[in-house]
Design a protein around this ligand. Sequence first.
Ligand code: 9PG
Length: 746
Amino acid sequence: MQVSVENYNLDIDLAACRLDISHKKLGNIIRGAGCAYQGLQTGLVEPYRLSPESESRTDAGAWVSYRGPGDSGCTLRMEGMEGGVLMSLEARLNERVGRIAPLVVEGEGSGVVLGENLHHWRFFRSGYQSWSPSGSLGILEAEPTPPLSLFTRAVMHPSHPFKPKGGKHHVDWATVLYNPTNGKCVLVGFLSARKYLSAIELEVVGQTDAADRLELRAYSDGELAAVREGEEVRTSEKLWIAAGDDPHQLWEKYLELAGREMKARIPEKVPTGWCSWYHYFTKVTEKDVSANLDQLAERKNEVAVDVVQLDDGYCPVGDWLEWNDKFPSGPEKLASAISGRGFIPGLWLAPFICARGSKTYRENSDLLLKDWRDKPVLASLNPMWKGVAYYPLDLTNPKAIDYVKRVMSSVREWGYRYVKIDFVYAALLRGRRHDPAATGVEAYRAGLEAIRESLGDDVLLLGCGAPLLPSVGYVDMMRISADVAPKWRDAPLRAVVRAPVEPACENAVHGAVCRSAMHRRWWINDPDCLLVRRERNKLTLDEIRTLATAMFLSGGMVLVSDDLTGVDEERFQIIRAALPGLETEARPVDLFGNHDPMVYHLQVPGSDRHLVALINWKDKRADVEAPIEKIDAHGDHHAFEFWRGAYLGISDRKLGPFHLPPHSCYFITMIPRSDKPRVLSTSFHMSQGAMGIAEEKLDGDNMEISLELPGKRSGYVYVICPGEGMPRKAWVEFEDSGKVSVPVKK
Ligand code: 9PG
């Protein structure tokens, strides 16, 4: 049977259980696909064990049904959707179900078709949860993976393979396969995670040099949960497949569709704030918060933050209502002190876990998720916590849900309107649940539902340590990186963990850049905190600037986590320049070609101005450049570097190369060369004129510039005049709005 949907031809051979997908322009993309399912008794029912039953086509698509061993069987549905093909598999078997795989591309004559040079192909992975590594890898590279399950479970999918090899990969939710030699790409991704965790397995079959094909299995994982009354038919999450020649377009479209499917919550405004964690850690006291609150209130016209958020350190992990004596005034007074100063009170909790030393662990162990020996499931160890080990709640137990609701209702009553829920991945770990028919995703989403219900719709909810796709629709903001830290990298810890997930500036910047496109499609991105202080901070000024640049260009939240009483004027200038945030995300143009994207670009919406960061990830000086085609800034452009206040001249064919110090970046703005004078940049805000220039007009020999930008500012406005080799600059001081006049006559 031949079916044509969107730009694709589906060639279905019912008898052979074989599907070929071709794109009308790009040709064949998937050859020899079948479907598969797995039952506890029946085992894995692979395509070749299925017998044809029936098929049907409609205007929108087609479905095919197969019979398997015993009474089992399945139906595969396919239809066109927004430039791709939507698939789902219904598995009919009255027993515990494992994998439900709508797309299995394996065996002789099968494969993903991207053209020649399989060993050059790359794949992109977003990572499982907030702290997981993200970015693209070569198909034959090995995924860096922690050697101990204790680490993997805290950062990766609950059944992430331990000994990954080059050429064999587990990718969560979705992947973009990309052949850099011809530009062809294919996206295979699940649009939903309401019931099952879903993943894509990739496997290169053949020798490394003569690798002959790429096999693929896209499946939802039933976790062998018990059969629920009336639910003998289990349907995979929805899978979307699309091909093209622009991997960004596919990835962004996928995110948009999944966001729509999962009913993403996208607040209008991107919050900014202060967070206690990265300076005080668990030692934070009420006095520390008050001192910073004073600073923020005093400097409100300089640092316009919305939220003041207390992080970990106010109570034993798990006993959220029992604040310690470092907070003598208690939770309500703190919240009202914060709101009284005009800020949104914010609070950190890890509502789905408790530490071994906590009262909840000791006295309410019936709330905990148990393993098959009835022992609490270990979520991981955290040396920062007394008791060290921590354990998940079983959120299929109504008592655990009651507990979560009680905690969150109190948080609301105390007055907190911004809540960071952390370590929530633990709720999805495997175990023997109170409801044996529930999957990890169902347990997790029941917990999120309870939180939302108790907090109300108007509280901003930030996910952290959270599985990505299953959180969409509940959280307003999401941490999309590993923790930042007052150091670029923690080499000893990295050597133990063997994956780039340890708290480190490098890892935070990497996540923020690689997951940019999730911003405003799944939630508001939280790229973690900016640290600018000199004391108790090993970051160099270059590294701080790279952090600030990546945060700003990510368009996500701008959070600061310094002791503001100790930040000097020069470093304060960085905070001022990063606020308010840009709110629109840049695109790492080499995301699909490089693991560490070096070119982070935005053409400012509705403007001909470009913002580009060139990042040197290396530990030594290196040349970094951007080809003009990649940033779509054709023709002559003036280029200006923000941090150094340096005019870089006219760029035409490419930007750079620039010889950059280790871990540093160039933060460049570009505007087209013109025959009129124009504002090129400013030194007082990182948007470099993309925000805050209300008007620029020529008046006789002068250019009159009106500025509108919240806060008290001073700095230079740079104006470039036709035929001149340097911009002119004028000093300006203003609060919220101001005017400056720059002579532009030769
Ligand atoms: C508070 C912190 C901050 C931070 C979170 C999260 O695996 N670990 O031991 C581990 C420890 C801390 C951590 C993540 C993992 O950081 O991301 O912003 O809130 O908890 O304890």
